[in-house]
Design a protein around this ligand. Structure first.
Ligand SMILES: [Zn+2]
Length: 214
């Protein structure tokens, strides 16, 4: 019954590796399981390109292993806290995307510079620094997610949350691409112009109503 979720973790692990959002065994991925208070989460320290579905542990919302044999990612506290606090979130992807992490060093939130980014948040905040795997990091991320579906981790990387792994992955792509554009613009030393607030609101409303095939 957990197989589909385990396969998805492996699949998206390969996606974040191949798109260079992570290197080696860094980053981690999870998906909430149906109506259960449980999640499939990438195992600690297993390279994505050798990871098999059966390597993916299933844990409950307190991080207790309920299925599988391997230890969950060291960031399990961050993942479980997010699912505890936000019932609508069904997938979490954490990456070490280069341009997004560069922004975190100068503690600069990613401004609403394009309309696609505005759909994720008015700005993408930088959560306060805390050590990887710590309770404090989980707390800081949960707090920063109040106003944005994606959060930049100080001196560390990016967290994207969504209703599916597909959407969370797209979000990582959008944030990193915008972070790249933003960083290039910042490097000129000239002032950055985000989309004006009123127009931003109207753009989000219009896109939500009109974008796509629905
Ligand atoms: Zn990390």
């Amino acid at each position: 019954m957990y197989k589909t979720y385990q396969q998805q973790i492996v699949e998206y692990g390969m996606k974040i590796l191949n798109s260079q959002h992570v290197a080696g065994t860094s980053g981690n991925i999870s998906a909430r399981i149906g109506d259960e208070n449980a999640l499939a989460i990438s195992p600690s320290g297993v390279p994505y390109d050798v990871m098999k579905p059966q390597d993916v542990p299933i844990v409950d919302l307190s991080g207790r292993l309920i299925y599988g044999e391997l230890k969950p990612s060291i960031e399990w506290k961050m993942h479980t806290r997010i699912y505890q606090e936000y019932p609508s979130i069904r997938a979490v992807i954490h990456t070490h995307s280069v341009y997004t992490t560069a922004l975190s060093l100068i503690r600069t939130p990613l401004a609403g510079i394009t309309e696609t980014l505005l759909l994720i948040g008015e700005t993408i905040p930088v959560a306060e620094y805390a050590n990887a795997g710590s309770e404090k990091l989980a707390e800081n991320v949960v707090k920063a997610l109040r106003n944005s579906k994606a959060v930049i981790l100080a001196n560390h990387g990016l967290v994207c949350t969504a209703e599916s792994l597909e959407s969370a992955f797209k979000m990582c792509e959008i944030v990193e691409r915008n972070a790249k554009i933003f960083t290039i613009a910042l490097s000129t030393g000239k002032p950055i112009h985000a989309i004006p607030k009123e127009e931003a609101k109207a753009a989000v409303k219009w896109l939500k109503e009109n974008y796509g095939q629905r």
